[in-house]
Design a protein around this ligand. Structure first.
Ligand SMILES: Cc1ncc(C[n+]2csc(CCOP(=O)(O)OP(=O)(O)O)c2C)c(N)n1
Ligand SMILES: [Mg+2]
Length: 375
């Protein structure tokens, strides 16, 4: 049974008895109706979810060993991220929060480029100027991670509005957490999107926590989806640990956005299984029973059980997948770690189109210190 203190975050919302909740798989991985996603894609997505989990686990250890400064993962939220990623069309954009790197990798962003950012090396696409796991790729139509909470949401609606003005038929998938629904950016973006009917699908990963603040202490609404009503935006609540349900709900929301039907708010009920980031210790504020209840609803285990029921997966395939993924990650991490750091001179690039005298003087000073071994 669930404690009555667990309102209205992920805990209450993801109960099977909740009539509002879109689900395809039950907790044991039984399909309650025929899934839309074909079996080969279910298998590919299962592999992507496992890869994402193993990457997070490995990078958390690498951070603890002092080899990187910071890591932020998406353990427990893989279905919420990858179910949406699978529903995206190539021309759609992603306006990410910070837990959606698996969506970018799913689009073909190289793992190596991601790890170059994580290590902040000379090949880092962000030239060492962002924190680790602050990814971006114009080529893959993914905006830069915008660390101040909720600030990606006005960017997302601005982008969608620009596409509307240009007559382009693509959607923007905006990701954010439960905590972000209390931000100014959320209010601005939802107001604008509702009035201007722009093609954004708002994917709220309600993982129950905003660092140490539980969702029910942040918001007194029955469900975060109820917030959308006030903005005139249709809302759907979906079991965010059910990959097949997330895919179906996301496909509809993105399709509506692409066809000029305006925004949808999707509340994905899930759980942040790990720490907020490597700078956090959730054992100081979280009930271990809550963590174990959610472990029993893990999105990866659920999909694996489903695939086993379909005779599409077994213990040998699992072992082969883990061996393949672990070898890939180990090798890619070793490569990124060996690369040189960005040069000191690169610190002064991209500050002004024409560098000022003062900046050039600082650059000379920094280079002299660097040569002297003090840089
Ligand atoms: C404006 C602002 N305030 C505070 C922070 C510090 N901060 C980083 S993440 C976070 C919690 C966000 O929670 P939520 O939106 O639920 O996303 P989650 O981390 O759970 O995915 C906070 C308060 C910040 N980055 N920006
Ligand atoms: Mg949260």
């Amino acid at each position: 049974m669930l404690g009555n203190t667990e309102r209205p975050g992920g805990e209450r919302g993801a109960r099977a008895a909740d009539p509002d909740l879109v689900r395809v798989l039950d907790d044991e991985g039984r399909a309650m109706r025929k899934p839309v996603l074909p079996i080969e894609r279910r298998l590919a997505l299962y592999e992507a979810m496992v890869r994402s989990r193993r990457l997070d686990e490995r990078l958390e250890r690498v951070q603890r060993q002092g080899r990187i400064g910071f890591h932020i993962g998406s353990q427990g939220e893989e279905a919420a991220v990858l179910g949406v990623a699978e529903a995206l069309a190539p021309e759609d954009w992603i306006a990410p929060c910070y837990r959606e790197v698996a969506a970018l990798l799913h689009r073909g962003f190289p793992l190596e480029a991601h790890l170059d950012n994580v290590f902040g090396n000379a090949d880092d696409p962000n030239v060492g100027r962002q924190m680790p796991v602050h990814f971006a790729s114009r080529a893959h139509r993914c905006l830069s991670v915008s660390a101040p909470i909720g600030t990606q949401l006005p960017h997302a609606v601005g982008l969608a509005y620009a596409m509307k003005l240009r007559g382009e038929h693509a959607a923007v998938a905006a990701f954010f957490g439960d905590g972000a629904t209390s931000s100014q950016g959320f209010h601005d973006a939802m107001t604008f999107a509702g009035v201007m009917k722009v093609g954004v699908a708002f994917f709220c990963r309600n993982n129950g926590w905003a660092i140490s603040l539980p969702a029910h202490e942040q918001c007194a609404a029955r469900a975060l989806a109820d917030k959308a009503v006030g903005y005139g935006i249709p809302a759907v609540r979906c079991d965010g640990n059910d990959l097949l349900a997330v895919f179906e709900v996301a496909s509809r929301a993105l399709d509506t956005a692409r066809r000029g039907g305006g925004p949808t708010f999707v509340e994905l009920l899930t759980y942040r299984a790990g720490p907020h980031s490597t700078s956090d210790d959730p054992t100081r504020y979280r009930d271990p029973d809550e963590v174990s209840r959610w472990a029993a609803r893990d999105p990866i285990t659920r999909l694996r059980k489903h695939l086993e029921r379909e005779d599409a997966w077994d213990i040998d395939r699992e072992a082969a997948l883990l061996a393949r993924v672990d070898a890939e990650l180990k090798e890619a991490i070793a490569r990124a770690e060996k690369k040189p750091r960005p040069s000191v001179a690169s610190l002064f690039d991209d500050v002004y189109a024409e560098p000022t005298e003062a900046l050039l003087a600082q650059k000379r000073e920094a280079l002299a210190l660097d040569e002297g071994g003090e840089g």
